[in-house]
Design a protein around this ligand. Sequence first.
Ligand code: AMP
Ligand code: ZN
Length: 438
Amino acid sequence: MPRNPVRYWDEEIETLDRRSLERLQTERIQATLQRASRSDLYRGLFAGRRIRPDRIRSPADLRSLPFTTKDDLRRAYPRGMLAVDQRRVVRMHASSGTTGQSTVIYHTARDIRHWTELVARSLVMSGATEADVFQNMMSYGLFTGGLGLHYGAERMGMMVIPAGGGNTSRQIQLMRDFATTIIHITPSYALHVADVIADQGLTPDDFKLRRLVFGAEPYSEATRSKLERCFRVTAYNCYGLSEMNGPGVAFECRQSEGMHVWEDNFVVEIIDPATGEPLPPGRKGEVVFTTLNREATPLIRYRTRDLAQIIEEPDCPCGRRMRRLSRILGRTDDMLIIRGVNVFPSQIEHVLMKIPEVGSNFQILLDRVESLDRMTVRVEICGKMFRGGVSELRALKGAIQHSLREEILVSSDVELLEPGTLPPSTGKAKRVIDNRAI
Ligand code: AMP
Ligand code: ZN
């Protein structure tokens, strides 16, 4: 017996040769196009084009089809993306940081089953077995990191502790009392948990932890190494987005050199974000996905705005044939991820500009304090509108904080400034100062 036997969840699919995989993808693209055209979203996007599923003879033929963007999904809110009778839907999810126009994805029972299989497959790839105890420290709810991993971990037979996010002392207690061996967590929260563990005078020997599964936000190799040292474990990168189910789109194998994309369920393309043209393997660009197995919300050539590259070597020593994606190297838009929640500076601007006492200049300052993201919104007040004293200032600050929290779902500090304090913009405004080292 080799010391580390390679284990597959679905060996036949995971090791499928490329020709057979492309044949399968082609069939599934055709079926996806049939389904998609039943939704208002694609009736609109395909209007005026003759989309002929039988003309798709290889995954490369997808290039003849239009992209789908986050704005298309927002416009289709709340039901335009639905491609089946609503009676067949068993669940919905939405992207994090949701506001009125969040992106909503529906799932049939079959969709959930497939997603669950992909997560189970991912976890087995990282070496997890049914003997493991899995503590899911991602928030449950509309966000996909909770239920998505939960179902997959249960499916492969692990004992799951649905701890959710936050409440760190209790998390640590659960990890000790139930001998947790794997935790699923955001890297920024893991840094905080590591600090609290150290503050409590505990060491890795007080735990049975063997693996960390990281996802939901960008982080650097340095952060990964630091956390691997703190917890004395191996960390695995888990990538996904709610538009593509959530976690379980791409996951690292034990080689830790890129994440295998489950290409039987998603076609991955890398495009030049400026021109939309496909880029060859090894070139960094925007990641675009097409769902291949989804009923309720099929998506075609969805532009993720995430930047990454396909790793050139086709075969991985782990035996899996599905191509690998590098870590996420950035984004094409200005979306910020604050404590795991997606926030656009435009949302903050929207809130501020509705408040008459707020002047025209503001700045968003991001720091990491004791491993947790902290946002400070620095706001110039409008001299003409504001004539109050200290107590009025305090009330104004409270009102701004409250409105921001309602809109973006994360709390922030607000600093009120005299008019003219912030550097005036002389061109494209630099609104965000991000001092968080990732
Ligand atoms: P959501 O749809 O709210 O779950 O957010 C998905 C976004 O989170 C992705 O488009 C990425 O920008 C980010 N994300 C998720 N997983 C990772 C990961 N492993 N590394 C870097 N960014 C990630
Ligand atoms: Zn591999």
